[in-house]
Design a protein around this ligand. Structure first.
Ligand code: 13P
Length: 283
């Protein structure tokens, strides 16, 4: 099927109080699992073959894998670049056929974040690609659970968020409202009042990063306040690794890698499906 271009699915989700999952993939089995979850659920899904995953798998290889799997699928799948600060990388993904990109200038002073994001928006919009930007900074690590607390981040200011979106032309805004990348020692409580104020001032769909381990009530509360894309990574990684651990005693004597990878793929599929259906359930 055609890849999922444009922001229609995102704005429809925002309107109905649901969200699209943005699932991060590092390898073949995770890509296949995410595609399988989209096909089984019948829901649109964003397959994020991202910047840090490129360092593991190689950019060309992982881009090709993600795009090919999404194009061959019967499901509506967007292929999205997660967290990138690098305009050359963003351009490479746009040229390869990605449907959206995230430019992450959240570590920069406001004016520099605006300048970087504007440059990415210009390149992306010329190619019909939509852009997610970020204002405010999350605690935690994008690839490893550090058990960080929200205190390590800095929250998004609602007024500044409105100014940022107007100045950059970003199509979606990732916000920091107490959310943390990866699993945390204590359950995360979102600042839903702040999220509501951001949602009231910002005219584009909001994105919630760091959804792994987030209590369901917090997640559904965020959907009711304008969050239309929810990023999930650590939860998929944990399912993958737990499946490998459980199958190894049987697989190791015969060096049965296929059994190991299949178990990992099935486990990630089940998790991605559960999250996709939860996000479709109208907070
Ligand atoms: P988690 O690892 O907490 O699910 O966060 C994923 C994420 O935000 C990717 O950008």
């Amino acid at each position: 099927m055609m890849l999922l271009y444009g922001t229609d699915a995102l704005t429809a989700a925002a309107r109905e109080g649901t969200a699209l999952p943005g699932f991060v993939a590092y390898n073949l089995e995770t890509v296949q699992a995410i595609v399988a979850a989209a096909e089984t659920s019948g829901r649109p899904v964003l397959l994020q073959a991202g910047s840090s995953a490129f360092r593991h798998a190689g950019r060309e290889a992982l881009m090709a894998l993600a795009l090919d799997a999404a194009r061959r699928s019967t499901a509506r799948i967007g292929v999205h670049l997660d967290h990138s600060r690098d305009l050359a990388e963003i351009t490479a993904c746009i040229e390869a056929g990605y449907t959206s990109v995230m430019v992450d200038g959240s570590h920069l002073p406001f004016a520099e974040n605006v300048a970087l994001t504007r440059a990415a928006v210009r390149r992306a919009h010329d190619a019909g690609v939509w852009v997610e930007a970020e204002l405010g900074a999350l605690a935690g690590d994008e690839d490893v659970s550090t058990r960080a607390t929200a205190a390590g981040g800095s929250m998004t200011d609602p007024g500044q968020a409105a100014e940022f979106v107007a100045a950059t032309g970003a199509d979606a805004l990732a916000v920091a409202v107490g959310n943390v990348h990866g699993f945390t020692a204590e359950p995360v409580r979102l600042d839903l009042d702040r999220l509501e104020r951001i949602g009231a001032l910002v005219p584009v769909p909001l994105v919630l990063h760091g959804a792994s381990g987030l209590p369901e009530a917090e997640l559904l509360g965020a959907l009711r306040r304008g969050v239309a894309k929810v990023n999930v990574n650590a939860e998929l990684r944990r399912s993958y690794l737990a499946a490998v651990v459980s199958v190894l005693p049987e697989a190791l004597p015969g060096s049965d890698t296929v059994a190991t990878w299949s178990a990992a793929r099935d486990a990630v599929t089940a998790t991605a499906l559960r999250v996709t259906e939860l996000l479709a359930s109208r907070g």
